[in-house]
Design a protein around this ligand. Structure first.
Ligand SMILES: NC(=O)c1ccc[n+]([C@@H]2O[C@H](COP(=O)([O-])OP(=O)(O)OC[C@H]3O[C@@H](n4cnc5c(N)ncnc54)[C@H](OP(=O)(O)O)[C@@H]3O)[C@@H](O)[C@H]2O)c1
Length: 268
């Protein structure tokens, strides 16, 4: 029995990978979620909502370290302010935030909210760590899939991603959660910076030939920011090893129905 680490967003894509790593390190874990699941050995779920500010006091009771992963399209700024206020009350000793590469540069609401969340944490007066991550492969996949399905595939010029593997982000977050407050640490990004054409080409290797393509230009400040690479980590950022093609291969092998199962045929 040890002081649990509170993981907000412990039910999400990244959180689901971090929690087992913390458990493997011998840590008890508490998960704050709007849809709490059944408890498991060493893992307790608490109902709460970071944006509404509910359930935070119960979730933080007896907690020294908080890994704040909960996030969505809207409200990450408000959520961080709520969490900081509750964490101060609880006397938390280490607050860790996942943010996004380019948070302070991209003129998009999601990024702006992440920048405000960073500010809430860094000005909280509590010891803190902030890790900015690039987009996960899981985030880039539906974008690429959506483009590939269009009858005429638009190729936004200058739009690049550096997708990173969720396991590598989770490992880094677990390491930071088990360590001392470190302030703003180096961003984490995937091994390759890939344009949409390259992302689509690798996708086509697994999912068949692409459609006719047309170059398009993303207009306005958002387009300028993407073309300038404001969503990308700088050259010195540590890079993961598990790239886009490896991720697509994993997805393809997960989708294959094992022969023994297929042989059973439909149940009924
Ligand atoms: N995915 C990416 O490419 C990427 C890149 C950089 C940074 N990030 C950031 O990393 C974090 C985790 O991303 P992810 O991909 O794991 O997200 P995800 O799969 O969409 O999961 C979101 C998590 O946040 C929780 N959550 C959302 N709104 C909440 C609220 N109001 N109150 C309490 N919990 C709430 C959800 O829990 P319940 O639904 O169970 O309540 C869920 O566990 C997010 O902050 C995201 O912005 C993601």
């Amino acid at each position: 029995m040890n002081a649990p680490i509170l993981v907000t967003g412990g039910t999400g894509t990244i959180g689901r990978r971090v929690v087992p790593l913390l458990r493997a390190a011998g840590q008890d874990v508490r998960i704050l979620s709007r849809h709490p699941k059944d408890d498991q050995p060493g893992v307790r779920h608490v109902a709460g909502d970071t944006v509404a500010g509910t359930g935070l006091a119960e979730a933080l009771d007896g907690v020294s370290t908080v890994l704040h992963l909960a996030g969505g399209a809207k409200g990450d700024d408000r959520a961080a302010l709520n969490l900081v206020a509750a964490a101060r009350e609880a006397g938390v000793g280490h607050l860790i935030l996942i943010s996004v590469v380019g948070a302070d540069r991209m003129p998009i609401g999601y990024f702006r909210a992440k920048a405000a969340a960073e500010q809430a944490i860094t000005e909280s007066g509590l010891p803190w760590t902030v890790l900015r991550a690039a987009q996960l492969h899981e985030f880039v996949l539906p974008v690429v899939r959506g483009l590939a399905r269009l009858p005429l595939t638009p190729i936004p010029t200058g739009l690049r991603f550096e997708p990173v593997h969720v396991d590598e982000v989770a490992a880094r977050l677990a390491e930071l959660s088990l360590g001392a407050p470190a302030g703003r640490v180096a961003d984490i990004a995937g091994p390759d910076v890939l344009g949409v054409r390259e992302l689509l080409a690798a996708y086509a290797e697994f999912h068949g030939k692409g459609r006719p393509r047309i170059r398009v230009r993303i207009p306005g400040a958002v387009g300028r920011a993407y073309r300038a690479g404001d969503n990308l980590a700088d050259g010195s950022a540590p890079r993961g090893h598990r790239g886009w093609a490896e991720f697509l291969a994993e997805q393809a092998s997960d989708a294959v129905v094992p022969a023994s199962t297929a042989a059973l045929g439909p149940r009924g």
